[in-house]
Design a protein around this ligand. Structure first.
Ligand code: UDP
Length: 476
């Protein structure tokens, strides 16, 4: 047995597929090994794994004591269809992997199991094997609060939530505008809604719910969950903010090193970094407008380009990093030559954390995925909010209206793309305007608070430490 052999207490983590899930759970795993003396089994579902995911999990830099357990790929040939949405695909892949998960846990039972939101099916296995199970919610507390409220909404509200005359008032928390509601709840008739509802309705089975956030970032939502009588009555398990857990380092290819060398030559805070998470893609018209807007702004930039998709805003979710493509084919003619003094174009995937950490990076045009958001704040970089899918519209609203670290471009009346002039405006605003300076001041304040909360004595460090302490005393 892994844990017994090493003489360390043993816990297992089970992330959902997808970089946005693997990355924070891997960081939690590293912390458990390095700071709290655990042996960690990191159980990974390899079915449909992207190249970026495989590269990360096979990195030689993982600490000894962190054991990546690759499950055999499940045969999905008769189960998945091209028109299925991400959540439905993820849940089906997890479901087909359950026998493998059960056998890994039975063979080497950990003192605790921590599962991602789309793996809550595994709570039942943990129960059968008498393993205490926790959840790690990799999205913001705002979404956790809405998700814990969702089963009640499902019972009490008739019709579509997006048609409600007023914003959704999560008890004790802020209201969420119906247009910001996550994709998964925008149409109650589709399979994706049913899968999402099922996944979140199992959350109260957890002994505790870890959240990748910290007190200073989401005070209202955390307080609402802890103190509001609605949540006390459900009842929900303790909500434990242990973040921001972000990727600390990443393997760099020669191509990545060229990008960093280019950044080394740019002035401080002068470069806008543009990439849209692990799956985000733009339509070809939107990519053209973005390129023109950048050129008009005359600011320095690093632009990550993916094959445009007119069908889906998350077209690269399962294959990011897989393809070697010629980015210039998707950009306006002559763009590369005209911007070569100020810009760098990278196909598909960039070393995001290394770029955000670099002193020359001064802004981030982001799809507002939660990891990207935490990475940007943790490195003190203000954002242009460009939400695409999942809960990203909620995140964009929070960052612009509650937290004050982002600006969101306006889509013109009756249009479905953001025009080049608007892009030029927001790029200039963040990179050289007075509002940009204020956002930079605010984000640096939060950056300090993020550093402090993760140090011994800080609230996030101590929250994990306290729970981990209970696992070391639980003999299995
Ligand atoms: N990422 C990266 N390079 C890229 C795009 C994304 O390293 O070009 C990483 C990024 O650092 C983050 C993750 O992929 O850790 C994306 O997670 P997020 O939650 O922001 O978005 P999701 O992929 O879940 O939509």
């Amino acid at each position: 047995m892994v844990g017994a052999e090493s003489g360390r207490p043993h816990v297992a983590l089970l992330p959902s597929p997808g970089m946005g899930h693997i990355i924070p759970l891997l960081e939690m795993a590293k912390r458990l090994v390095l700071h709290h003396g655990f042996h960690v089994s990191f159980i990974t579902i390899t079915t449909e794994a992207s190249a970026a995911q495989t590269q990360l999990l096979r990195s030689p830099n993982l600490p000894s004591g962190l054991h990546v357990v690759e499950l055999p790929p499940a045969d999905m040939s008769t189960i998945l269809h091209d028109d299925m949405t991400i959540v439905q695909r993820l849940c089906l892949i997890v479901q087909e992997s359950l026998p493998y998960i059960r056998s890994v846990l039975r063979e080497n039972p950990p003192q605790a199991l921590i599962v991602d939101i789309f793996c809550t099916d595994a709570f039942q296995i943990a129960k059968d094997l008498s393993i205490p199970a926790y959840s790690f919610f990799t999205a913001p507390t705002a979404l956790l609060a809405l998700s814990l409220y969702l089963p009640t909404m499902d019972r009490e509200i008739e019709g579509e939530y997006v048609d409600l005359p007023k914003p959704v008032q999560v008890p004790g928390c802020n209201a969420i505008r119906t247009e910001d509601l996550l994709d998964q709840v925008r149409n109650r008739k589709i399979e994706e809604y049913k899968w999402y509802l099922l996944s979140v309705s199992r959350l109260p089975m957890a002994v505790g719910i870890f959240v990748n956030t910290w007190e200073d970032l989401e005070p209202v939502w955390l307080r609402g969950l802890r103190e509001n009588s609605f949540f006390q009555q459900i009842p929900i398990p303790p909500v434990l903010p242990i973040g921001p857990l972000i990727k600390e380092d990443e393997p760099l290819t020669d191509f990545d090193n060229d990008c960093i060398e280019w950044l080394d030559k740019q002035p401080p805070d002068s470069v806008l970094f543009i990439t849209l998470g692990s799956g985000g893609t733009l339509t070809s018209t939107q990519l053209t407008e973005l390129a023109w807007g950048l050129e008009l702004s005359q600011q320095r930039f690093i632009l990550v380009v993916r094959t445009p998709s007119d069908a889906s805003a998350s077209g690269a979710f399962f294959n990011v990093g897989n393809n070697v493509m010629k980015a210039e084919a998707y950009l306006p003619q002559g763009f590369m030559e005209r911007t070569q003094e100020v810009g760098l174009v990278i196909p598909s995937w960039a070393p995001q954390v290394t770029v955000l950490r670099h002193p020359s990076t001064g802004g981030f045009l982001s799809h507002c995925g939660w990891n990207s958001t935490l990475e940007s704040i943790s490195h003190g970089v203000p954002m242009i909010a460009w939400p695409l899918y999942a809960e990203q519209r909620m995140n964009a609203t929070m960052l612009t209206e509650e937290v004050g670290v982002a600006v969101r471009p306006v889509v013109g009346e009756g249009k479905n793309v953001v025009g080049r002039e608007e892009i030029e405006r927001v790029v200039r605003l963040v990179m050289e305007g007075e509002e940009g300076k204020e956002m930079r001041r605010r984000v640096r304040e939060l950056q300090s608070s993020a550093l402090a909360t993760l140090k011994p004595g800080g609230p996030s460090f101590e929250a994990l430490s306290e729970v981990a302490g209970t696992w070391t005393t639980t003999a299995h």
